[in-house]
Design a binder for this molecule. Structure first.
Ligand code: SF4
Ligand code: SF4
Ligand code: F3S
Length: 360
């Protein structure tokens, strides 16, 4: 067997059968709504690929994004996929430190020039040359530019990396910006959420590794497979919303009966994410199931918009509890357009290559 095994060979060494790989590909394919032919292409791509070098840069962040990934319940094939990925640099998870760590990053970049993937969590400080956040004496902004220069693609994990997040909230003292505001000549995919769902990160990376291309993205560069619907679209409390049955407080009869949380501030109608379907902790629950409205954590500027306990009708005039679906979608898209315009960014037009068999 080769010294540099394919994923199929490597999994076989660990006693993982081909059937399991096919089942995983079918699972990821189903999550991403890939047609059957593309699911088999995904399985073949995964089995035949070699170790993908990943350089993970953590900038202005709270470690929540990494925590989310590492706390995904295990063992799962997602873990195996992450094991298979050659995580050549990750300040939180790597054993090396200091110069040895920086040497490992530089060595990986040189060895896999043009082929490695850069994953970023955290926003990037740009004020005063980026002096407010440095690693090994190098400003984050310079390290990102250097790492992205020869990367295959850049993955912005979490709302801080995708949209600036909390560090970019007013008054944004460090001049924090999103990754896509600095990396303009490489494919960038955003997987927002504070933190993001582990399966969305693993699924997007699996797709990228298997096909060497990004999945279909929305105007904010989010994979449509995971961010194509609002929380509201798939929320199990939706029947109560439709019948006008709302909790008016967190301890009233409506809350006890599990009524819709719109009136206590739920932002599910304008938030695109998969929480209502994938859920968290291996599919156990998600905020709304735990009795708290969605904060909108996977949308731009969610922190500045605040009003976490104010109904959307007071945050977004015109959006009352009887709002129509089209109006909701329009408000969400309007929010995205406003963020792009404030940041002087163009709406991203998905131009990703589709895998063979994917006619979606
Ligand atoms: Fe932390 Fe949220 Fe930012 Fe991730 S997106 S680094 S969890 S603040
Ligand atoms: Fe669910 Fe919130 Fe929509 Fe109510 S407003 S149905 S709680 S997503
Ligand atoms: Fe975030 Fe809302 Fe999901 S707050 S975790 S997008 S339910």
């Amino acid at each position: 067997m080769a010294d540099n095994p394919t994923l199929g060979e490597w999994l076989a060494r660990r006693g993982v059968s081909r059937r399991t790989v096919l089942a995983y590909a079918a699972h990821v394919g189903a999550l991403m709504a890939l047609p059957p032919a593309a699911r088999s292409a995904l399985a073949q791509g995964l089995a035949s690929t070699r170790r993908q070098s990943v350089i993970w840069l953590s900038f202005q962040e709270c470690t929540g994004c990494t925590e989310s990934l590492t706390r995904s319940f295990s063992p799962t094939l997602e873990n195996l996929i992450f094991d298979f990925i050659s995580l050549d640099y990750h300040e939180t998870l790597q054993a090396a430190s200091g110069e040895a760590a920086e040497d490992a990053r530089r060595a990986a970049m040189a060895a896999d020039k043009g082929k490695y993937v850069v994953v970023v969590d955290g926003s990037v400080s740009t004020k005063d040359g980026g002096v407010y956040s440095t690693i090994a004496g190098v400003a984050n902004v310079d390290m990102l530019r250097d790492a992205a220069k020869d990367a295959l693609a850049v993955v912005a994990v979490g709302t801080c990396a995708a949209f600036g997040g909390l560090p970019a909230a007013k008054p944004n003292p460090t001049g924090a910006v999103a990754v896509c505001e600095l990396v303009v000549d490489k494919p960038v995919v955003a997987i927002p959420g504070c933190p993001p769902i582990a399966e969305a990160v693993a699924g997007t990376l699996a797709y990228l590794v298997a096909f060497g291309a990004l999945p279909e993205l929305d105007s904010l560069r989010r994979p449509k497979a995971f961010f194509g619907e609002t929380i509201h679209d798939r929320c199990y409390r939706r029947p109560f919303y439709e019948r006008g049955l709302y909790a008016e407080g967190f301890d009233d009869e409506g809350a006890r009966r599990g009524y819709c949380l719109y009136k206590v501030g739920c932002k599910g109608p304008v938030t695109y994410n998969s929480c209502a379907t994938l859920k968290w902790n291996g599919g156990v629950s998600f905020p709304i199931q735990s009795g708290h409205g969605c904060l909108g954590c996977s949308e731009p500027d969610f922190w500045d918009q605040g009003g976490f306990y104010r109904p959307l009708s007071t945050s977004l005039p015109g959006l009352g509890p009887t709002l129509a679906g089209a109006a909701v979608a329009g408000a969400a898209l309007g929010g995205a357009a406003a963020w792009l315009s404030r940041r002087h960014l163009k709406s991203f037009q998905a131009g990703a290559e589709k895998p063979e068999g994917d006619a979606s």
